[in-house]
Design a protein around this ligand. Sequence first.
Ligand SMILES: [Fe+2]
Length: 389
Amino acid sequence: MPFYHTLGKIPPKRHTQFRKEDGSLYAEQLFGTSGFDGMYSNSYHEQRPTQVKEIKKQYNVAPKIAKKNNIQSYRFKGFQVAPEKDYLDSRKAVLTNSDCTIILAAPQESQEKYFYKNTDADELIFVHKGSGKLRTHLGNLDFKYGDYLVIPRGMIYKMQFDTEDNRLFIVESRRPIYTPKRYRNWFGQLLEHSPFCERDIRKPYELETNNENGEFLMKIKKADEIIEMVYASHPFDVVGYDGYNYPYAFSIHDFEPITGRIHQPPPVHQTFETDAFVVCSFVPRLYDYHPKSIPAPYNHSNIDSDEVLYYVDGDFMSRNDVDAGHISLHPAGIPHGPHPGSVERSIGKVKTDELAVMVDTFKPLMVTEEALKIADETYYQSWLDENHK
Ligand SMILES: [Fe+2]
């Protein structure tokens, strides 16, 4: 996140002696991204963060590909993904390419027994159902319905849920996730035309500092495998840090929609960017107000990107057949557009209460075995006029 943040206690000068009350030194860690070119934080630990006691099992969790080269439009019924107790087990990859993986998860239990760290990818977790606390080594964030949680790669975290009823839409990104550059000035400050501002970004507010020895199980994701390691000291032992690299939260309900006299294109909904995909938020808003406007989108050919729309809530103007938790996949190479009848139906409407998250990837997505389990295989024919059926 391109804003400076500090939490806990830090010394006045970086890379200088910072001592505990007993005279011993805190262990400083520089946590950088993109080599030493990207965002970084400097954290101060009770114990050295390098104390690996044991390397245990290692196993593959790569998505199982069912369709590598896909041009079929799909609808996936996301809520048909079965809930599972464990957080990591519950994560089912549905779409993937070399830049990102889109995951649905319905975890029932908080992570009690292990810490998790994804070294492959930044994680963007959209909370569709449930609430709780994201606990990380750089502080905690509360989450609830509608929150995006952005967890940069390498953050050690635990998900703590308030209840068993949780639904998450997750994007793992091998490219760093940023807010769009065009929303920021040359100092990094969010500009007036940005649909959100610094006040909408929630930073970690609560630091857990445990100076504890023992056996602490860490599940580390690297190259599509989970490696289980035992650390000799508690991974949440930071007394303070500062910098730009930390997890943060942003609520979709704080996204201020941009509207116009005629239909506005998807970039007005953009919330996050990477150099491999964009994420957009479709939120309740007033429709176009030209006297002859058509609120439904025009048919469009997204020739360079696969378009994934995750339906969260409300009534979706462009389709007759989608419910909360559904995903539509409109692959690059063929046009798509409103469902038959929805163009006329949209005329004269003044507002929508739709809520959806869109992920447009620049490389094609492969469809996984998990996705086919919840797929509507006839969706691609849903644009046919009656006389063509
Ligand atoms: Fe589209």
